[in-house]
Write a protein that binds this ligand. Structure first.
Ligand code: SF4
Length: 328
């Protein structure tokens, strides 16, 4: 049965962001507090079999795009096994991954062979000291080798996600473009969001990307462009080159009217909106032995609760959870 998953605002939901863990080996300042330890217990995580069942239910409802996220997804053991299972589900056309690439050097080839096609990398600075500071101790050289390994393993396109922060990395955007251009990567600049206490604190260095785009348009000349993927970025190309730059602007110019996605946490909660705390739990019905049709009804019921848009500008206290809980 191929039925389309549509929310109450007529938006087709064909993209699932799947968080396989809330754990991470980094502590990015705008995401997770340095000393955070209150992680979900592995017993409370969906097993790979349960994740596969949920994704099959979504696929029966027209899901096409799947992004694997975390926390840091590569800290979950045997991830290529899950990817292979998910890639075999009828209807799933595209599996992508969001990672900080600290462990990609070893896992790039097995993940690509299992079915990961596209990669988004969290990288906020190309300066080792700054990178160490923003990530709470990360090693930049390891990450750059990891990205290179992903490219050699055939993952493409590779997008570099940089959270733009005034007074921190806003003097590095040209360097990041010059790092991406010869390697065929796409730089995406992202506005800070009030997700969790850490996200609210990061609003202190909020940068309106509309202004940054205008500056880059003056210095580099930018023309509108398109990129494969189901995400919210608006893309521009540097004329006469293949270099594209993306802007993700949830605060200055939101994109909720065309939203096509929901999120599944590692504990089996469906979050229908990044800007909302409401969650629809699947772990109980799964562990109570629900049938596939019952599971499908739960997914439909969850999507019926999806709000029209976020309230990041109106109510910055609304989202309590940290970004690491569902991934961006
Ligand atoms: S904030 Fe919510 S509605 Fe808006 S694009 Fe993100 S998930 Fe969709």
């Amino acid at each position: 049965m191929s039925q389309q998953l549509t929310d109450n605002f007529g938006r087709r939901i064909d993209y699932l962001r799947l968080s396989v863990t809330d754990r991470c080996d980094l502590r990015c300042q705008y995401c997770m507090p340095k000393d955070f330890k209150d992680f979900a217990e592995p017993g409370g995580w969906l097993s790979y079999e349960e994740i596969t069942r949920v994704v099959m239910a979504f696929a029966r409802l027209g899901l096409r795009h799947l992004r694997i996220t975390g926390g840091e997804p590569l800290v979950r053991r045997d991830l290529p096994i899950l990817v292979r299972e998910l890639a075999a589900i009828p209807g799933i056309e595209d599996i992508s991954l969001s990672s900080n690439c600290t462990r990609m050097e070893k896992l790039a080839r097995p993940l690509a062979e299992a079915g990961v096609r596209r990669l988004n990398v969290s990288l906020d600075s190309l300066r080792p000291e700054r990178y160490r500071e923003i990530t709470g101790g990360g090693k930049l050289d390891k990450v750059l080798r990891g990205i290179e390994a992903a490219r050699e393993a055939g993952m493409a396109p590779i997008k570099i996600n940089t959270v733009a922060m005034a007074g921190f990395n806003d003097d590095e955007f040209d360097e990041l473009i010059d790092y991406c251009a010869p390697r065929g990567y796409t730089l995406r600049l992202i506005e800070t969001m009030p997700v969790g206490e850490t996200g609210r604190k990061a609003l202190g260095s909020y940068l309106d990307l509309g202004k940054v785009r205008k500056r880059l348009a003056r210095s580099r000349g930018l023309e509108p462009a398109a990129m494969p993927g189901a995400g919210p970025a608006r893309y521009y190309r540097i004329p006469g080159s293949d270099t594209t730059i993306g802007f993700i602007t949830p605060i200055s110019q939101h994109f909720c009217e065309t939203c096509n996605r929901v999120r599944l946490s590692c504990e089996g909660d469906i979050f229908t909106c990044l800007g909302d705390e409401h969650r629809y739990g699947l772990i109980q019905p799964l562990r109570d032995g629900c049938s596939d049709d019952e599971l499908l009804e739960h997914v439909l019921a969850a999507v019926r609760t999806k709000p029209e848009r976020h309230e990041f500008n109106e109510n910055q206290e609304k989202v309590v959870r940290f970004m690491s809980m569902t991934g961006g």
